[in-house]
Ligand binder design. Structure first.
Ligand code: AMP
Ligand code: GLY
Length: 462
């Protein structure tokens, strides 16, 4: 399939094309030393951490978060606009003189927010890829083809549709258990099934192609199962060959201790990651980051934003499990702590295509985060529970995710993942102790957390 055909199969059309520029088109571009008005899109713990970090910048004039959550208001002003309502975002940006829009979550990127604003004269710059670049996350089939085209190490795979379901079953027979089935399109993090029995895998393939995840599973990627330990590598790229590698993190996806039970959005994270040492990162840069950054340029795909590499180490060798086109959550809640440099000028330079030699310094300390979640998550859970113990954390930073403020300022739960309790430490134990102290202080009915965040990395380090 050609790239273009592939893009046509994406779930989102380029929506609501701009009519005419609401911006002052004659205005000169902001000098890269002036103060910036920034609009951050999203409402999770990731956005709370990005807001915190940007709020520390001497280059920040004013930060708005749309729509934000019960914690982001501490770092800027929450505005009630959907990240998918591009027209409303453009009107707001014109009204407030926004210089830069930082896109936290993938949905607006896959829906083409970059292209929408690029077409408007005088519009703010966007931190995030074009719609074509966002296909790295929006279509797993496109991502796999891209990796094959650029010889980037990844699991062997084939893609199937309803017309080729029988071939899909035959392909499954050539693989060893467990079987990995992935919905091609976005499926709110639920589109990957890992199944032990061949018969069940065939049945699930039929169900997926029959609409289990709606249009997202009209194409299914079947791939070889890789055994190893995972980590998340984040790259900020300017689309002109300039890039910076951010501190490496590891997240904990399963709900249960010892990595058991269903997948979640992420139950905690740690940075740095002991096995992502110099030699491993050299291989990552050489075999994965460079071919990705250069491959995007070679294919004419504009990409000025974060590339999230979900990696797995197989016998010391890095392989790509997935691309995302945004920062990770809860990885951001530790990565932001470990960036010592001012983030805002780096984001602006990436968005303007000129990262140049701008340094990105790492904080040498450990950072950990422990997510407190609503009982029942990732299944059904209650909302609106009163939260106490979250307003004056000692020795930790609380990045809110699913929280909301009542008009009187009190806090209630509004999602599955509620608060990411982040902390520094001179070593992993010290950071974890501070994260858990904070997580134990936060209180609401049904609160749950994993108690084993970071323990696998501690064992590896022994
Ligand atoms: P993804 O949404 O592609 O990141 O997949 C979700 C999770 O499924 C990953 O973080 C891995 O833990 C697991 N996974 C995905 N693909 C593979 C694979 N080929 N081999 C082993 N585990 C996988
Ligand atoms: N923590 C994994 C993700 O953000 O997709």
């Amino acid at each position: 399939m050609s790239i273009q055909q592939n893009l046509n199969t994406l779930r989102y059309p380029v929506s609501n094309q701009p009519e005419k520029s609401p911006f002052n088109a004659g205005e000169t571009m902001t000098e890269q030393s002036e103060k910036l008005n920034v609009l951050l899109l999203g409402s999770g713990g990731r956005e709370c951490a990005l807001a915190w970090k940007m709020s520390l910048s001497p280059r920040l004039e004013k930060l708005f978060i749309a729509p934000g959550n019960g914690g982001t208001g501490a770092y800027g002003e929450n505005v009630n606009i959907s990240p998918l309502d591009f027209k409303a975002i453009a009107d707001f940006a014109a009204d407030k003189g926004i210089d830069m829009i930082v896109v936290g979550n993938e949905d607006p990127l896959v829906a083409g927010i970059y292209d929408y604003f690029e077409a408007i004269e005088g519009a703010p710059v966007i931190v995030g890829p074009s719609k074509a670049g966002a296909a790295l996350e929006g279509s797993k089939d496109f991502a796999k083809q891209f990796m094959v085209r650029h010889s980037i190490p990844t699991a062997r795979y084939q893609s199937f549709t309803a017309e080729t379901v029988e071939e899909g079953c035959k392909f499954l027979e050539t693989l060893q258990a467990p079987y990995v089935l992935k919905a091609d399109g976005l499926a709110a993090g639920k589109g990957v099934l890992i199944i032990d029995s061949l018969d069940e895998a065939k049945a699930s393939l039929r169900e997926m192609l029959g609409g289990m995840f709606g249009k997202s599973s009209a194409t299914v990627v079947i791939e070889e199962f890789l055994k190893g330990i995972e980590c998340s590598v984040f790259v900020l790229t300017d689309g002109n060959g300039g890039y910076r590698i951010l501190p490496v993190a590891k997240d904990y996806k399963r709900i249960g201790e010892g990595d058991t039970g269903p997948n979640t959005g992420g139950m905690g994270a740690v940075s740095p990651v002991v096995f992502a040492d110099k030699e491993f990162m050299r291989k990552v840069e050489e075999r994965i980051i460079l071919p990705t950054v250069n491959g995007l340029i070679a294919e004419g795909i504009t990409y000025r934003g974060f590339i999230f590499l979900g990696l797995i180490e197989v016998n010391g060798e890095p392989m790509v499990i997935e691309y995302n086109v945004r920062m990770g959550d809860p990885e951001t809640e530790v990565v932001m702590l470990r960036i010592a440099s001012d983030l805002l000028p780096l984001l602006e330079a990436a968005a303007r295509g000129n990262l140049g030699n701008m340094p990105l310094e790492e904080d040498p300390r450990y950072a950990t985060t422990v997510m407190v979640v609503s009982g029942g998550y990732p299944g059904s859970y209650s909302k609106g529970e009163d939260i106490t113990g979250a307003d004056d954390p000692v020795g930790a930073i609380l990045f809110h995710a699913g929280t909301k403020r009542n008009p009187d300022g009190t806090l209630i739960t509004s999602g599955g993942r509620v608060i990411a309790c982040s902390a520094y430490g001179k070593d992993i134990d010290e950071a974890l102790a501070a994260s858990y102290r904070a997580a134990d202080t936060v209180s609401f009915d049904g609160k749950y957390m994993r108690r084993d965040i970071g323990q696998d990395l501690k064992k590896l380090a022994e």
